[in-house]
Design a protein around this ligand. Structure first.
Ligand SMILES: Nc1ncnc2c1ncn2[C@@H]1O[C@H](COP(=O)(O)OP(=O)(O)OP(=O)(O)O)[C@@H](O)[C@H]1O
Ligand SMILES: [Mg+2]
Length: 494
């Protein structure tokens, strides 16, 4: 159906694509793998008409094509779900879905038609609860992802490109996404699927193409039969142990965080727990179970009844106050909440920690830079140029910069919301080691992740949340993935 050959894309100072080949068959799920910065998003943006390639050819259903704009790509039958959601926050769900469609321009009468059509697509996606008239800016990241998907489906595309669609989704929502993908491919639609979760590739993928440093290093491997070790070594050029650091060996210190009876109406209720120095506590639960909101309340960025004590002292609300209290929050929606896109990598890493670099009233720029450099090297942020604008980094590398910020400086408690979202397997292993290392140095860690194996692999103790309430608390070593999933999905206690 689609043959891309010798695609080259040069950005100032970076050859993002250096002769990439890709061929996709009708009715297949073709997975595109590669480390952060390998060129995956750039390649699909060439297909989507966002970037014009410098060299190379694209043949679609036997004809040479050259998508010159996003609208042009849609007309060709390509629909794209981007890694960084490109919805318009101020518009409604229905307006976003039909942006660029004829419905959108017909005014009054067709607004009703558009809402009806939007409702149908949302229902098909299993998300009837998202109202077509709701303002997109008020939706959760997961709901935004659904709207983005609805928009792709509304175009009757022949080729749907999904750039890390599952990154914002919880377990049951991923299952729903896969159901839709299977429906589409059964109708002959081709899907190009990008993900850093290798288990997903096995489950949904037919064939795999691996990119490394802007080049195709493997074409059309079997998604089911190729050993993970082979895929990982193709991606990274080395053998990575995709494992968690060994548990135990850490001595737990005093209690650093105590949360008592935390409640916010309709969001979470009566949540109590504590985190000791050197301890990693994981929150498991579905999107919407209140996990991120609990983190925000602990941080002081969200109103809640109850008490939050850090080192035995009550935490006052307001973000500035909590930074001084020694807490760091790595938020879920990094682009909106955490990055200043036009500033450099260094500036983004040191943002919010500036007081630590202030000596006698001025900022120690040299130390700021050297610390930022050390952390970018530790997390392998690419390209290794701390003065580059963060906007031009790949999605996963931006995520690493957000994390680097919170690893900087002397914090007592680290709040991590989906720390490995969009981070490739190689860097993941390093990130796990860094988190463990911090705990070993006596920092308390409160971790939220949609990936149950990650919570179980990293945390010492796990709280299972369902509909805003803690339904289980226990040692991670005594739980397995199945038991946790059963609790978060069915509410069954262990
Ligand atoms: N607009 C841009 N200007 C300059 N460089 C860019 C731009 N967009 C991407 N790049 C660079 O091109 C390379 C490929 O980036 P791309 O976003 O395609 O990676 P990716 O494989 O999607 O990674 P990830 O898994 O982190 O999303 C990176 O080195 C990135 O920094
Ligand atoms: Mg990308």
């Amino acid at each position: 159906m689609l043959v891309m050959k010798g695609i080259v894309k040069q950005f100032p100072g970076v050859r993002a694509l250096d002769g990439v080949d890709l061929d996709v068959r009708a009715g297949e799920v073709h997975c595109l793998l590669g480390q952060n910065g390998a060129g995956k998003s750039t390649l699909i943006k060439v297909l989507a008409g966002v970037h014009q390639p410098d060299e190379g050819t694209i043949v679609f259903n036997g004809e040479q094509v050259r998508p010159s704009s996003p609208i042009d790509a849609i007309k060709l039958g390509f629909a794209t779900i981007y890694q960084e959601l490109d919805l318009v926050d101020g518009l409604s769900v229905a307006e976003n879905i039909f942006l660029g469609h004829e419905h959108a321009t017909f005014g009054f009468v067709n607004r009703a038609a558009a809402r009806k059509a939007a409702r149908e697509v949302l229902e098909r996606l299993g998300h009837a609860e998202i109202r077509p008239s709701a303002e997109v800016g008020r939706l959760s990241p997961a709901a935004k992802q659904v709207v983005s998907m609805a928009r792709a489906l509304s175009h009757d595309a022949r080729l749907i490109i999904m750039d890390e669609p599952s990154a914002a989704l919880a377990h049951d929502e991923v299952a729903n996404l896969f159901r839709i993908i299977r429906e589409l491919t059964a109708q002959g639609v081709a899907v190009v699927y990008i993900s850093h979760r290798l288990e997903e590739i096995r489950e949904i993928g037919d064939r795999v193409t691996v990119l490394k440093d802007g080049r195709t290093v493997a074409v059309g491997l079997s998604a089911r039969d190729t050993p993970t070790t082979q895929i990982v070594s193709l991606m990274t050029g080395r053998n990575v142990e995709y494992v968690f650091p060994p548990r135990g060996g850490r001595t737990l210190g005093e209690e650093v965080l105590r949360v008592e009876g935390l409640s916010a109406p309709g969001v979470f209720r009566d949540v109590s727990f504590s985190v000791r120095a050197g301890e990693i506590v994981g929150l498991a639960g579905l999107v919407g179970s209140g996990r991120s909101e609990i983190l925000e309340a602990v941080y002081g960025a969200r109103h809640a009844a109850g008490r939050v004590l850090l080192d035995g002292r009550p935490v006052r609300r307001g973000v500035v106050g909590t930074v001084r209290h020694g807490m760091g929050l790595a938020p879920e929606e990094r682009k909106a909440q955490a990055l200043i896109l036009d500033q450099s990598v260094t500036a983004n890493i040191t943002l919010g920690t500036l007081p630590e670099f202030a000596r006698f009233g001025w900022i120690d720029r040299k130390r700021e830079r050297s610390e930022a450099k050390r952390l970018s090297e530790m997390l392998d942020i690419r390209p290794p140029d701390p003065e580059r604008a963060i906007r031009t980094l790949s999605g996963g590398n931006q995520q690493k910069a957000v994390l680097a910020r919170w690893l900087l400086g002397g914090r007592k408690l680290l709040l991590l919301d989906e720390p490995t979202r969009g981070v490739d397997v190689g860097a993941r292993a390093e990130l796990y080691a860094v988190i463990h290392d911090l705990a070993e140095r006596g920092i308390g860690v409160l971790l939220v992740s949609s990936e149950v194996p990650e919570v179980l692999g990293l945390a010492d103790r796990v709280l299972v949340l369902r509909e805003g309430a803690v339904i289980h608390e226990g040692d991670a070593a005594e739980l397995d993935e199945h038991a946790v999933l059963d609790m978060i999905m069915n509410g069954r206690a262990a």
